[in-house]
Design a protein around this ligand. Structure first.
Ligand code: 16G
Length: 245
């Protein structure tokens, strides 16, 4: 670090705390996403501490999402997480309000008889069809989430893949069918990426993802069942909480 970026330890300040706050200040004031962070060995030497302490600081900053390790390359300032509220909004809306450009790559778009599990999730009658839509969702061109939508085909029979080229499904449903989801359920699980999904998301196999399952209802009817994998290094989920009444 440059001399300007460092400061002496405050009286009684543990070395771990000292290095951590100096690094955070340095990242916030002088570095941008992708800038390299000094190695554990260099930090230990510069701050006169054991490599173990320096390693702990770096590991904690990795865990907090401030920096990331790239195998064989070193440690770098990482992109800040996008904090999503847990509400019934669309990907396009969530990115737009954060000043980002939402996009999609459509990987599959089929109208089909649903698998039994999907039929059950959507309470579909025998013979009913769904649209199964698999999309890679992008924010400012960067792959962020993989999304598998199962939509009751009878509510939007005119839907085509072209309607979803870099466009919002929820906007289409509203504009063409006056459908707006007012309620639903959403489940959140932690999972690890399989090789194929990792490749699409530009991540590594085994990386953590936030696995979100959403069922959206319209006039008391389950219409959408969607399973999404959001990159855990780019998203955090947040919700208001209050004491039980
Ligand atoms: C979000 C929803 C997904 C919905 C999609 C529509 C979650 C977990 N999923 O990704 O259920 O289908 O938005 O997005 O939040 P769009 O209107 O931008 O196409």
């Amino acid at each position: 670090l440059t001399r300007a970026a460092t400061r002496s330890a405050r009286p009684g300040e543990p070395k771990y705390q000292w290095l951590k706050s100096v690094l955070i200040e340095h990242i916030d004031s002088s570095l941008t996403v992708g800038d390299p962070i000094p190695s554990e060995r260099d930090l230990a030497a510069e701050f006169g501490m054991s490599r173990m302490t320096a390693r702990r600081v770096l590991s904690d900053l990795v865990e907090e999402g401030r920096i990331e390790r790239k195998v064989g390359l070193g440690t770098f300032v990482s992109s800040p997480s996008i904090r999503l509220p847990i509400t019934l909004t669309s990907f396009t809306h969530d990115m737009t309000v954060r000043g980002m450009q939402a996009g999609s790559r459509i990987l599959e778009f089929v109208r089909e008889t649903p698998q039994p599990i999907i039929k059950q999730q959507l309470d579909l009658a025998p013979g009913a069809e769904i649209f199964r839509i698999v999309r890679l969702r992008l924010a400012d061109g960067e792959p962020m989430a993989l999304e598998r939508v199962h939509l009751d085909a009878s509510v939007a029979p005119k839907l085509t893949a072209a309607d979803l080229e870099d466009a919002s499904l929820y906007d289409f449903l509203w504009r063409s069918e006056s459908i707006v989801f007012a309620s639903g359920t959403q489940t959140i699980q932690a999972k690890n990426l399989d090789a194929e999904s990792a490749k699409l998301l530009g991540a590594e196999q085994g990386d953590a993802v936030l696995h979100l399952t959403r069922t959206s209802t319209w006039h008391g009817r389950k219409v959408e069942y969607t399973v999404s994998a959001y990159r855990a290094d780019r998203y955090e989920l947040s919700t208001e909480i209050s004491s039980p009444q």
